[in-house]
Design a protein around this ligand. Structure first.
Ligand code: E4P
Ligand code: PEP
Length: 354
């Protein structure tokens, strides 16, 4: 008799349940309230009640939790300083959707050596999120594996669905049940329509497969997530943050009866994948906002302690501290400068309208 199932599966391992991990790495009540409040601030920005801009800032991916905490402490200092004009959320991205193959992030391979110790990945990720919440900094992440939210989503204030998965019905269903606002990137080909469809789909109730707190497969019935928004990240034909692109995006959102607010990702195809270009995108978008475009509610920056990126080789211990192992990032000093500069410009614009 021929085997007809698991033909291409090498092995299947049991994984620690969400409940066990949450019991071992508990969240203090204050931190839980902090995440709740952070989500409320973001919702008020999305609904226009709060006229601050969102700045989603941080590494392309987290590969060293100590380094991420070092970054978070620096960011928290600036976040407090600019808080009246900018609401800063740190990018704490643990799951990387690769174009083809490559390291898939800290949860998938926390030891950076193809041992795929996902149980430890969840523990390390959760502990880092607890530490960042205790610092008083809201965290944003990309929601990629539909099972992951049960392990960490209680500590996340803002999620995004990436350019490679915005069109995926599985990801839209997941987003429909997420507890925090979710941004949808336009497709890698530049298509906005898939992000608009994602917002409509994820805004509706769904019934789909998932896991419960014990890790048992179950049917999840969601309410729909009303806090969807568009993230412009450029596409194969180039950037999409210019005035006419943003005008066009707003027109398409309105035509689809969706809230006309959007974030601009200064990295990815908007920077032509050249981290040095991110500052130009950032400045252009801040200018558009201060000139009066209130539909632009925020920006995203890929930033790390040091600039550029490095290859993850066979010897993870030889990696340079503070440098990304996925997309190239801008360095910390430049990040702080851009945040302070935007703060000054937004304060000036607010003062001139009162
Ligand atoms: O932001 C991260 C990357 O752009 C994304 O994960 C794709 O990376 P890759 O093209 O290097 O695989
Ligand atoms: C993978 C990312 O972006 P995109 O989906 O736009 O490529 C990201 O922001 O880390």
């Amino acid at each position: 008799m021929h085997q007809t199932d698991n033909v291409n599966v090498r092995s299947i391992e049991k994984l620690v349940s969400p409940r066990e991990i949450k019991q071992d790495i508990a969240v203090a009540e204050d931190s839980q309230d902090f995440v709740f409040e952070s989500r409320e601030h973001i919702k008020r920005i999305l609904s226009g009640e709060d006229d601050r801009m969102l700045a989603v800032v941080g590494p392309c991916s987290i590969h060293d939790p100590a380094m991420a905490l070092d970054y978070a402490r620096r960011l928290k200092e600036v976040a407090d300083e600019v808080n009246d004009r900018l609401f800063i959320v740190m990018r704490v991205y643990f799951e990387k959707p690769r174009t083809t193959v490559g390291w898939k992030g800290l949860i998938n391979d926390p030891h950076l050596n193809d041992t795929f110790d996902i149980g430890s990945g969840f523990r390390i990720a959760r502990q880092l999120l607890v530490d960042i919440a205790e610092l008083g900094l809201p965290a944003a992440t990309e929601a990629l594996e539909p099972i992951t939210p049960q392990y960490i989503a209680d500590l996340i204030s803002l999620a995004s669905i990436g350019a490679r998965t915005t069109e995926s019905p599985t990801h839209r269903q997941m987003a429909s049940g997420l507890s925090m606002p979710v941004g949808y990137k336009n497709g890698t080909d530049g298509s906005l329509q898939i992000a608009l469809d994602a917002m409509t789909s994820a805004g509706s109730p769904h019934s789909f497969l998932g896991i419960d707190a014990e890790g048992a497969t179950c049917v999840v019935h969601s309410n729909g997530n009303p806090w969807g928004h568009l993230i412009l990240r450029g596409g194969r034909s180039g950037p999409n943050y210019a005035r006419e692109d943003i005008r066009d995006a707003i027109a398409q959102l309105e035509k689809s009866n969706l809230h006309s607010n959007l974030l601009v990702d200064c990295s990815h195809a908007n920077s032509n994948k050249d981290h040095a270009q991110q500052k130009n995108v950032w400045r252009d978008v801040v200018n558009q906002r201060t000139e009066g475009n209130r539909s632009i509610i925020g920006m995203m920056l890929e930033s790390n302690i040091s600039s550029g990126n490095q290859k993850l080789g066979a010897e993870p211990s030889s990696l340079t501290y503070g440098v990304s192992i996925t997309d190239a990032c801008i360095e910390w000093d430049e990040t702080a400068l851009l945040l302070r500069e935007a703060h000054a410009q937004l304060s000036q614009a607010a003062a001139s309208t009162t």
